[in-house]
Design a binder for this molecule. Structure first.
Ligand SMILES: [Zn+2]
Length: 253
């Protein structure tokens, strides 16, 4: 029985992931969400049979049917990541009291973090509109899940302050305004000091490793700026799925 639910979660994840790819592109291009998907190179409308998550990318060999330009790896990767993360959170929330509400919140959280990851990675910008909207939604869902509004707002403020201080110290060169809002979002979504600490720790560790790798491979210089958002999103996803295990493991020492 469990297996059927995991397959269901994976299929929903693939479909949502496909939608996220489209959403990210249209947010960037400032286009409306209505209208069929199209190839960004030749603007040909994509037929439904060429728009099946994962499968179409494989069948088309990663190329547009009309213009033969390569389709970005972002498309299958986002679809696959959403599917895997939807299954993992289903498994995680299965035993919780408020299963459907908990799962809804965690899926919305994953969706937001994936949008931030891809958008900030590609264009070094935190997309503010979806972030503000999801901030409100996650805040309301956490209220229904039993968190007090005072603690939520307090952690939101802590998250903001953490980046605001760096913003002032580095004179805007280290972190951007988007990161301050991301701090508010993370505080509202993870109202727990241990989890917030783990997010920051993983984000800065992964960011440093990636930055060092870019410098060694000659793609970046020491002075160049690396967007923090993708690593914060990655840290938040890791904390959501494995945070409890990592923290218990660490406290066991
Ligand atoms: Zn094309």
């Amino acid at each position: 029985m469990e297996l059927y639910f995991f397959i269901l979660a994976a299929v929903i994840g693939l479909v949502i992931g496909s939608f996220l790819n489209c959403l990210i592109w249209r947010l960037y291009k400032d286009e409306s969400l209505s209208g069929r998907s199209y190839c960004p190179h030749c603007r040909q409308t994509i037929a439904w049979y060429d728009n099946i998550p994962l499968l179409s990318f494989i069948l088309l060999g990663g190329r547009c049917r009309r213009c033969q330009k390569t389709i970005s790896w972002q498309y299958p990767l986002v679809e696959l990541a959403t599917a895997v993360l939807f299954v993992l959170t289903w498994q995680l929330d299965m035993t919780t009291q408020n299963f459907s509400l908990q799962l809804l919140r965690d899926w919305l959280l994953i969706v937001t973090l994936i949008i931030i990851f891809v958008y900030d990675f590609r264009w070094q910008l935190v997309p503010m509109l979806p972030l503000w909207f999801m901030m409100l939604v996650i805040f309301l869902l956490n209220l229904v899940l039993g968190f007090s509004w005072i603690s939520l707002l307090l952690f939101g403020a802590v998250g903001a302050a953490f980046f605001l201080i760096q913003y002032i110290i580095t004179a805007r060169r280290g972190v951007g305004e988007g990161d301050i809002w991301l701090g508010v979002f993370l505080g509202l979504a993870y109202p727990d000091p241990k989890q917030l600490f783990l997010i920051m720790l993983t984000a800065y560790t992964l960011g440093s490793i990636f930055g060092l790798f870019l410098i060694i491979s000659g793609k970046k210089k020491w002075q160049s700026r690396l967007a923090l958002g993708p690593f914060l999103a990655l840290g938040a996803i890791i904390t959501l799925i494995w945070g409890r295990q990592i923290i218990t493991w660490y406290l066991g020492f």
